[in-house]
Design a protein around this ligand. Structure first.
Ligand SMILES: [Zn+2]
Length: 225
């Protein structure tokens, strides 16, 4: 049986992923200084759609005095720039961590280092070939790093191969964020397979023949020639 603390950790990671997706799903996600007001409003609006009880612990209020010290009330004034900065930082950190786990040297050396974005104040995380992460959490993002570190295998954090969303894989072979995108992905893989290509080729030939050589009933004159 899974311990409660582990369950909680996974739920917390899911919340961080949900938040990272605010920026991941934006077609354009510039660095915080360059984000326009529309984008800031969209990101704040999406944060507000998450019930307060589901906001990641440590996101708000735990670090009084820091830019992340937003108040917990639903209608509280929040600083859109601070929210965007947080979401952007989490998203770029996940990108770096995912890239680190795909580092070809990881298997050879047994570990690699992922350098986190500027907002993490030069922090690095140690990624192990086993999927474990070691961090030295401090500052505004300590809770985020703590929560990731609790994952039995941080390689479960993945990016959908169909859309830009991050997700937490339930199974080792899961490559898509949802059943719908898993279906799209399997169709795409099939199309790219030898059988799929053969099918597509024959389908094209059939179409061609139908267009260039309509069924005999339509071409009595041709048939007589
Ligand atoms: Zn997807």
């Amino acid at each position: 049986m899974v311990q409660k603390s582990l369950h909680t950790g996974v739920d917390d990671v899911r919340r961080w992923i949900e938040i990272a997706n605010f920026v991941a799903e934006e077609p354009q996600a510039p660095t915080p200084g360059l984000a326009d007001n529309d984008l800031l409003d969209r990101v704040v609006g999406r944060l507000r759609q998450i019930p307060l009880g589901n906001w990641p612990p440590g996101l708000l209020g735990r670090n009084p005095g820091s830019t992340m010290a937003l108040r917990m009330e639903a209608d509280a004034e929040v600083d859109p720039v601070a929210v965007y900065d947080l979401v952007y930082s989490i998203t770029t950190a996940l990108v770096k961590i995912l890239a680190g786990f795909s580092d070809p040297d990881l298997a050879r050396d047994g570990h690699t280092i992922a350098w986190l974005p500027h907002s993490f104040v030069g922090q690095a995380v140690l990624l192990e070939a086993s999927g474990r992460m070691q961090t030295l959490p401090r500052g505004d993002y300590a809770q985020f790093l703590n929560d990731l570190e609790l994952l039995d295998d941080a390689r479960r954090i993945r990016r959908c191969q169909i859309c830009p969303r991050f997700f937490l894989a339930e199974r080792r072979d899961q490559s898509a964020c949802s059943p719908t995108h898993a279906h799209t992905l399997s169709m795409r893989k099939w199309r790219d397979s030898p059988q799929g290509k053969d099918y597509a080729q024959r389908h094209k030939i059939n179409l061609y023949q139908r267009e260039e050589h309509p069924p005999a009933a339509n071409t009595p004159n041709n048939a007589r020639r």
